[in-house]
Design a protein around this ligand. Structure first.
Ligand code: DGL
Length: 270
């Protein structure tokens, strides 16, 4: 099967990376709309326009399914896209349900972009699953920029996280929901702020499982290491695009390679 995975930027690589683990035999087209990242502070109508354009592009590449590897784009566009297009569309939403159901009785913190936090989709999800009012919300727009700039260990990043987390009490939380795919790059840093038993919950595993279910694909349970040495390996099962342009230059491919290898490290942190 040929599967299109897209995001405003490099956050979606975390979903592709999970797919490499779980569905290694498929063919992927990865699309990052880097001309318009970040989506999370834009007008929803504008985001819908970008998502439509990207979906059209991926349809023209003959994909069998479309994964919106972006919580922000999903909250704005998934319902409309499903009405307009006839192929399977998999969206993402912050993994609030598993966080509320599978952790202890302490509180749950959901981090996401301002648009995701404002949209009705998340509000109705929380109303459905948070009967005990244990969920708190924290916008983290700057993390998207830090990830795009490949800043994973700078003083500015640490300062930003310190400032944001000073507004909450980390010890109150049994789960931290990573409600934006860009947030997967910083798991080592969250660990410095939150107690060891605070679960870091992302939606990648659930998304790839749902994709497998929709396409009747067998999911792989035995997980090996996914590490890339060369950019040729990166291109074996995937064509990469940024805002409609095929990625062929070595610099960008090496950037993606480093990001995949970082995601492999972050994936080990739960
Ligand atoms: N990665 C995206 C998400 O999951 C959006 C980041 C952005 O462009 O603001 O929400």
């Amino acid at each position: 099967m040929r599967i299109g995975i897209f995001d405003s930027g490099i956050g979606g690589l975390s979903v592709l990376h999970e797919a490499y683990h779980r569905l290694p035999d498929q063919e992927y087209i990865f699309y990052a709309d880097t001309d318009h990242v970040p989506y999370g502070e834009r007008d929803p109508k504008e985001i819908l326009g970008y998502v439509r354009e990207t979906a059209q592009f991926l349809m023209e590449q003959g994909v069998d399914a479309l994964v919106i590897a972006c919580n922000t784009a999903t909250s704005v566009a998934v319902r409309i896209l499903r009405q307009e297009l006839s192929l399977p569309i998999i969206g993402m939403e912050p993994a609030v349900k598993p966080a509320v159901e599978h952790t202890d009785q302490r509180r749950v913190l959901v981090m996401a972009t301002p648009v995701t936090l404002r949209e009705a989709k998340l509000k109705s999800l929380i109303a459905r699953v948070d009967g005990q009012h244990r969920v708190d919300l924290l916008p983290m727009p700057e993390l998207v920029r830090f990830a795009e700039a490949e800043q994973f260990d700078t003083p500015e990043l640490k300062e930003y996280l310190t400032k944001q987390f000073s507004t909450i009490r980390p010890e109150e939380y049994s789960a931290l929901v990573l409600g934006c795919t860009h947030f997967n790059y910083f798991k080592d840093l969250y660990r410095r702020f939150f107690p060891e038993d605070t679960a870091l919950v992302d939606g990648n595993d659930g998304t790839v499982r749902y994709l497998a279910h929709l396409l009747s694909l067998d999911i792989r349970d035995e997980l090996g290491e996914v590490h890339f040495e060369t950019t040729d390996q990166l291109l074996e099962h995937t064509a990469y695009y940024t805002s409609g342009k095929s990625v062929t230059d070595q610099e960008t491919l090496e950037h993606f390679l480093r990001l995949h290898n970082r995601l492999e490290e972050m994936r080990k942190i739960r």
